[in-house]
Ligand binder design. Structure first.
Ligand code: G4P
Length: 286
């Protein structure tokens, strides 16, 4: 799924189609649940969602918490709380945090359930649309929560066959996004941050430049993790020299004793992605 999504080109026609499909579905749903990658909680959001969904309540799922910095995840949850938005941290790999999801939705939409009851629509389930840019773990999230419980299409008036509904329990139904959501791809930092996590293939970017950019952040925010992983480092050097130093420490040399920087860059990115350096969140609340 993630592999296929990485090849998607976000051309305007594609975006317009997704936007139209989401708008069509909005009157049928009670809330939108945006899955984001807790390691890059800014770059993994869709820049146009607020405008597309208008005043529909939003719930943010900070996924991949197992790989993120737990302090920063808590700070993001608090940040959203201050803004009146419910956010929860989950890990769809192990399922951690997911048990809170149903209650969180019902609590934040309690007024809706009351409204339905007041109108005599007791038993009408809450309907929530799940959205997210590719690779944030949206499919993993839906699979974990819904356990494959697809709802019968014929029970959904006004909803076309292409839309995939899941029954969670009597009070809650989820809808997978009709279409694919895009990141803020015109922003170079966003592209880089998504490439660090592997959401965007780095073969389309210069791997050494990417590693240097990653070191710019790590030496500022997580110097102790770099030291613990690679040994004493000269943090006053610029990030390219730091990459050379790290490569040298790993014996990645070419003739003449220079560092094989391409190998060092690939190693650094791979170790970051596999959490070997530590649990790192690249975007904090400012
Ligand atoms: P998408 O629908 O948003 O595109 O994402 P998808 O669920 O396909 O997940 C993308 C990748 O992220 C998958 O890895 C998936 O296993 C992984 N993933 C999803 N949620 C979590 C999480 O909470 N923690 C961790 N550590 N990983 C998560 P993959 O390498 O593409 O596939 P595979 O390893 O599952 O085979």
């Amino acid at each position: 799924m993630a592999e296929a999504n990485q090849n998607i080109q976000w051309f305007p026609g594609h975006m317009a189609k997704t936007r139209r499909k989401i708008k069509e579905i909005l009157p049928l749903i009670d809330a939108v649940c945006e899955v984001v990658d807790a390691r890059v909680p800014v770059s993994s959001r869709n820049p146009d969602l607020a405008e597309i969904i208008g005043d529909k309540p939003l719930i943010i799922i900070l996924n991949k918490c197992d790989m993120a910095d737990s302090k920063k995840t808590s700070a993001w949850i608090e940040y959203y709380k201050q803004k009146g938005i419910t956010a929860i941290g989950v890990d769809c790999k192990s399922g951690k945090g997911l048990s809170r999801f149903k209650d969180t939705v019902k609590e934040s939409l309690a007024h809706k359930l009351e409204q339905y009851a007041a109108k005599g629509m007791v038993g009408k389930p809450l309907r929530v649309m799940v959205v997210g840019i590719p690779n944030v773990g949206k499919s993993s999230f839906i699979n974990r929560i819904a356990k494959g419980n697809k709802a019968k299409v014929e029970n959904r008036p006004g909803v076309t066959r292409g839309n995939q509904w899941f029954t969670i329990d009597k009070q809650l139904e989820l809808l997978d996004t009709p279409g694919v959501l895009w990141p803020k791809f015109e922003d170079q930092t966003v592209g880089e941050h998504l490439a660090f996590t592997g959401a965007v293939k780095d073969r389309i970017l210069d791997v050494e430049l990417l590693a240097v950019r990653l070191l710019d952040i790590l030496k500022e925010d997580y110097p102790e993790m770099l030291t613990a992983r690679f040994g004493e480092l000269s943090f006053e050097s610029d990030s390219y020299d730091l990459l050379c130093e790290i490569g040298k420490k790993r014996g990645m040399l070419i003739r003449g004793g220079e560092t094989d920087t391409e190998r060092a860059a690939n190693m650094l990115l791979e170790e970051y992605r596999n959490c070997k350096i530590g649990n790192i969140t690249l975007e904090g609340v400012n």
